[in-house]
Design a binder for this molecule. Structure first.
Ligand code: ARG
Ligand code: ZN
Length: 876
């Protein structure tokens, strides 16, 4: 059944306090709850008590100590209803649950030998009967009882207040969380874990104990997460004035986890892939992801926990804001321009595709069947872009003032996106009425921009037409308020002074870079005293999440790539140059002609290699747009042509730039110990980018170099980069030998083995599907572990486009089979995994037919809500 935002009603009952007791056993865990209820004065006086609950075996119920007879309540699959209750009472319940058979990884479940929980969004109802909605906030006291030998460590939210031994080798710990919270922030962990401990002194001088709990063999992999946590705590004090509020902050690493991590109050639970790192086991990308995710969960303590969401339609209130916060943090810790490039590249590739696909939804959705389906790039990444636009509209100081007001006014409350924007409007006097459409309209706005230079009048005109394409269930789109940050480059490559005579602008950085406020469907801005024809640098820093169409010629793009004062736009100009060149090749390929790379691109890349750009930026600029982003440029995606032409382009570049690439590779070899710092990460990235280009030629000496790097490197970044090159090359012997060595080195390490699976899943050779199927039988693979499924099946279906879309349709059938099997165990993962099959709209008719047939086959089965919602949207 569909839930609508417009139907929101305040809860009929509020909870003053909860006492939970868990008697933990793998198959028969007993959960005892004492819940103090009070009627909500905002609602009608005689409403029944309705509590959420699923997969629970009810043992007993009592109100104020009086046991209820079965005639006094009704139990359905999802609800417990008690018709007559007093205005204030204590409900006592006892239920039994089966964590060992909970493969959904939602509620209380087992991961290896430990017990852990995941309650967001609606998992608490699999633990006990409760009003499982974020606007019901309560103080929790939790007692965990378990076998002392198997589960020496018992954790929950807040502070531990009591512990002791019980009969039969059992023991207990009682935890008290003084902060009122919604049930989705509840957490419990029990296991044989060990701890890495540290301390942080807050700005007001309070000492906080920091603990990272892991399985014993992972104790040596916690340093980076701990350093990241301390840096995040300091950053939030400095940048947002936010201090931590409990005496203890715990992180637990678990192997089986649906998402990246979870911000449970005082007890974050993490996918082990987002905590554990050591130089020899984790790549630079993993180190950076850990830094970002640890910070993200920490930042939620304010943006999410102290101030939470009224209902799940407001999810982006906490997620968009917190992603914005973690992006800014990572930008400050690393190279800000590189971070922005990475974030935008991801948004434009994956979020734009979501916005154009069957599951497109606004940043604040208006309806859903299963909320788990809405933990999306739109809610997170586009949501962050919306907050970024607000921050840019206000400027740093006012944005901080708005955040202070928001946190102060709503501390301890469950609020809406409107409350957030109202605080921003109040401190700035900006009218956000039109801007709010960013929250309600789905789809990516497109800007058609044209210019006109009048030499006589020394006038320069820029005309913007904005248009947002229709999305499912949302045909009519209104014009948005789009902040367009721009500069005009003169022929020497400098920013010109901007004198605007028509149109609204703000945020002058000097007078050479301004933000135009685009509000109309069509709008012209007029610049005066423009003494020569300028080259416009549009949407600097990607000032709005939109598509920009401006027919730049090659000379203009080269000019921007070499001179733009905005680092992001220099990179973007290079990408546009490459896209133009690749598109011509694809046109040739499709007409049966030999695709040839424009030599201008070779020369442009040569100029980059000879420039003084930092290694990190240079590495970004040398990478051709991905196959996925190239696909975004087409109405009907030419799968094989994109793959073939991108490879030819890479070879042509490698051939033409061999000398420069070899020099650059040598110049960026690092000595000394591995450090996961931006400077070294940039150098490794650049070196490995050069190696990849050179490997496309497969000259013996380069193959040897890759082989040596694979065998001798002291860090996983270089080992993995070399492994990819060997496995994706035609050097079958070396590829097999490398895979074998890697496997025998790392078979005990689940996270490293994920990389071993992913490298093979992304292999472009035509036998990839057979190999993926064979690997699913490997002893290290398990369909029950989401990381394994993502590494093998997810990588194959999303990154190995040429094989996944093979015209025989075998991969579509394969994915459908996996999804059907998975839906019985873990609906959240099944419904995510199906994404590439749901995106049939942009393929040719033959493939569309094959993909739809598989979707229809899936639709015939009995499906989870999660998969049902996605499949039905995809077939609508
Ligand atoms: N709140 C978590 C985070 O973004 C994600 C939880 C996702 N849970 C889910 N069931 N989809 O940090
Ligand atoms: Zn989050």
């Amino acid at each position: 059944s569909v839930i609508y935002l417009k139907d929101y009603l305040a809860p009929a009952f509020l909870v003053q306090g909860v006492e939970l007791t868990f008697d933990l056993y793998p198959n028969q865990t007993r959960v005892f709850a004492n819940i103090q209820f009070q009627r909500n004065a905002e609602r009608e006086a005689s409403l029944p008590l309705q509590l959420h609950g699923s997969d629970l075996k009810l043992i007993s119920l009592a109100i104020d100590g009086v046991v209820l007879t079965t005639a006094q309540y009704q139990v359905s699959d999802e609800l417990l209803t008690i018709n007559t209750v007093p205005d204030q009472f204590v409900l006592t319940s006892e239920v039994e649950i089966d964590p060992a058979n909970n493969t959904s990884l939602e509620g209380l479940y087992r991961s290896n030998t430990m017990f852990c929980t995941q309650c967001e969004a609606e998992g608490f109802r699999k633990i006990t009967y409760y009003p499982d909605r974020p606007d019901v906030m309560a103080a929790f006291t939790t007692t965990v009882i378990a076998d002392k030998s198997e589960y020496p460590v018992l954790l929950s939210n807040g502070n531990s207040v009591k512990r002791g031994d019980l009969d039969n080798n059992r023991h207990f710990v009682t935890w008290q969380d003084p902060f009122r919270k919604p049930a989705y922030l509840f957490a419990l962990v029990a296991g044989d874990l060990q701890v890495v401990e540290d301390r942080f002194v807050t700005s007001s001088g309070r000492e906080v104990v920091l603990e990272i709990w892991v399985e014993p063999e992972n104790l040596t992999k916690c340093d980076h997460a701990m350093a990241s946590l301390k840096a995040a705590m300091k950053w939030d004090e400095e940048v947002y004035g936010r201090e931590y509020d409990l005496d203890i902050y715990m992180i637990v690493a678990v192997n089986d986890f649906n998402m990246g991590a979870m911000e449970n109050k005082g007890l974050n639970i993490f996918n082990s892939s987002c905590v554990l790192a050591r130089s020899d086991t984790a790549t630079d990308a993993a180190f950076q992801r850990i830094e970002g995710v640890v910070a993200h969960e920490y930042f939620h303590n304010w943006s999410g926990n102290r101030v939470t969401c009224r209902d799940w339609f407001q999810l982006s209130l906490k997620e968009g804001f917190t992603v914005y916060r973690d992006q800014c943090f990572s930008a400050d810790m690393n190279d800000a321009a590189v971070k922005r490039i990475e974030d935008v590249a991801m948004l434009r590739t994956a979020q734009f595709a979501e916005d154009a696909g069957p599951t497109a939804h606004p940043v604040r959705p208006e309806q859903f069947i299963e909320i788990s389906n809405f933990y999306t790039l739109t809610i997170y990444e586009k949501g962050s872009e919306v907050v970024r636009m607000i921050a840019n509209l206000l400027g740093e100081a006012l944005f901080r003032k708005g955040c202070d007001l928001y946190f102060a006014r709503h501390d301890g409350q469950a609020v809406t996106v409107d409350d957030f924007v109202a605080a921003m409007a109040e401190v700035s006097d900006i009218d956000f009425t039109q801007f709010m459409r960013w929250y309600s309209q789905a789809g990516t706005p497109e800007l058609q921009i044209t210019d006109q230079y009048n030499a006589e009048k020394q006038q320069y005109l820029l005309t913007f037409k904005q248009h947002t394409p229709a999305t499912q269930g949302q045909k009519d789109k209104q014009p948005l308020h789009i902040p367009v940050k721009l500069g005009l480059l003169n022929q020497a490559g400098q920013d010109m002074a901007l004198h605007l005579s028509e149109g609204e602008a703000s945020g002058a950085q000097g007078d050479q870079c301004r933000v135009l406020h685009l509000r109309e469907a069509t709008q012209t801005f007029v610049f005066e005293n423009v003494i020569e024809q300028p080259t416009p640098s549009l949407l600097r820093g990607f000032s709005a999440p939109v598509k920009v169409n401006f027919s730049y010629n090659q000379a203009q793009l080269l000019h921007l790539m070499q001179h733009d004062s905005d680092g992001f736009n220099r990179w973007d100009a290079g990408q546009r140059l490459a896209i133009d060149a690749l598109k011509s090749m694809i046109t040739a390929f499709n007409s049966g002609l030999m695709p040839i790379l424009d030599t201008a691109l070779v020369e442009a890349f040569r100029s980059l290699l000879n420039s003084s750009l930092s290694p990190a930026i240079l590495a970004e600029m040398l990478v051709l747009p991905s196959e996925a982003y190239l696909a975004e440029q087409y109405e009907v995606v030419p799968i094989e042509a994109i793959h073939a032409c991108r490879n030819i382009a890479r070879k042509t570049l490698a051939q033409g730039l061999q000398v420069e690439l070899k020099q650059c590779l040598q110049a960026n070899l690092l000595e000394g110990n591995y450090r996961p710092v931006a400077e070294d990460i940039g150098k490794r990235r650049l070196k490995n980018t050069c190696l990849a280009y050179l490997m496309s030629l497969e000259a013996p000496e380069v193959v040897d170099q890759a082989w040596q790097q694979f065998n001798q490197a002291d860090n996983m970044t270089d080992v993995q980069a070399a492994l990819v090159q060997l496995v994706h090359s035609k050097q079958d012997d070396k590829a097999d030998a490398a895979l074998k060595k890697f496997e025998s080195d790392w078979q005990q390490d689940a996270l490293v083995m994920d990389q071993w699976f992913a490298v093979q899943a992304s292999r472009p050779q035509p036998d990839a599907l057979a190999r993926v199927k064979a690997l699913m039988e490997h002893s290290a693979f398990s369909l029950k572990n989401p990381n394994k499924v993502r590494a093998l099946v997810g990588t194959y279906c999303n990154q190995n486009r040429v094989n996944f879309h093979s015209i025989d349709g075998h991969s579509y059938r394969f994915l459908a089979d996996v999804v059907l099997a998975l839906d019985k165990m873990n609906p959240q993962i099944a419904s995510r995994l199906i994404t590439p099959l749901a995106r049939w709209q942009k393929l040719d008719l033959k493939r569309q037919g094959l993909m739809q047939a598989e979707l229809q086959r899936i639709a015939q089965a009995k499906l989870s809500k999660d998969l049902f919602e996605v499949v039905n949207k995809a077939l609508a």
